[in-house]
Design a protein around this ligand. Structure first.
Ligand code: SAM
Length: 282
């Protein structure tokens, strides 16, 4: 067991994990500024991006690189600072380190070496989006980025088909149309909220069905998050409609078993029951 009090008086060197603005620099808190001033070194995803925040604050500090492929090396450097009783800050380009950004490996290694972690809170695209979406937030699931390749992406979406809670995806603008088309095919025409350019001048929330947003997808640029409503289909009765869907999928090239499996998953019904019903009608 390990117990670290964040604000004890023993002045143990600490790794401060800083959440930084996702667009709007006025979201920098006094606490963030104070922490940047007090640490001995700052490790960042991209020193050019982080130097803009330091310039904005008028603070001069040594910046060290901790980009994704350099995390293990950066962790070693950070631990040697901590061993010398020097505190360190870790920041990514935007939002929280470790949330679809480098940082997680560093945090794990610092914990293994028994140094305290203190998080300085700030903006996060995930939380802002799920709150503003208006979808059910009693339970939600953060998926992060889907795979950029369509086949792999559809498999990932398939694993989420029957999930009943809200799902949040980070999304690159270049792949928006492809992703929405795969979502429509695999998840059905669900309600989504596309959250764009958060905290910036052109911030907007577009709420509609996947097919409605596909219609305007070529006009949507910038950074974006997609919040998808969970599966709300009530218990579906196994009837002729599902059999027709299976036949359509067979015509599209799936084998009988593949088609039955896909329809069972999409409509949350037992594969065996659907199989037996299908064969009764043959
Ligand atoms: N660490 C960040 C966080 O805590 O939110 C996420 C970094 S991840 C590399 C970048 C993705 O976050 C973008 O592709 C987008 O999905 C989302 N994102 C970041 N800033 C955003 C913004 N201002 N508006 C909308 N989405 C944003």
């Amino acid at each position: 067991m390990q117990k670290n009090q964040s604000f004890s008086n023993d002045n143990k060197a600490t790794l401060y994990v800083l959440a930084t603005p996702i667009g709007n620099l006025t979201e920098i808190s006094d606490r963030l500024k104070e922490t940047i001033s007090l640490v001995d070194a700052i490790f960042c995803e991209d020193t050019r991006v982080s130097s803009k925040i330091l310039n904005h604050l008028g603070i001069k500090k040594s910046l060290y690189s901790a980009y994704e492929n350099k995390e293990n090396e950066a962790a070693k450097q950070i631990i040697s600072f901590l061993k010398n009783n020097q505190s360190v800050a870790l920041m990514s380009d935007a939002g929280y380190p470790g949330i679809s950004d480098p940082g997680n490996k560093i945090i794990q290694q610092v914990i293994e070496n028994n140094y305290p972690i203190v998080v300085i809170n700030g903006p996060c695209a995930l939380i802002q989006s799920v709150v503003a979406s208006g979808m059910d937030t009693s339970h939600f699931y953060f998926y992060g980025f889907l795979d950029p390749r369509s086949a792999k992406r559809k498999k990932e979406l398939q694993s989420l088909v029957s999930f009943e809670n809200t799902i949040v995806f980070y999304q690159s603008p270049h792949k928006l149309l492809e992703t929405l088309q795969d979502m429509l095919e695999v998840l059905g025409d669900r309600k989504i909220c596309l959250c764009r350019e958060l905290t910036k001048k052109f911030e907007e929330y577009i709420r509609g069905t996947i097919s409605e947003i596909i219609e305007i997808s070529d006009t949507l640029k910038g950074e974006m998050v997609i919040v998808v409503e969970g599966n709300k289909t009530k218990e579906v009765e196994i009837d002729k409609t599902l059999i027709e869907l299976i036949d359509i999928k067979i015509k599209q090239g799936l084998t009988k078993n593949e088609a039955i499996k896909e329809v069972a998953k999409a409509y949350n019904v037992s594969k065996n029951e659907l199989y037996n019903f299908y064969h009764k009608g043959e």
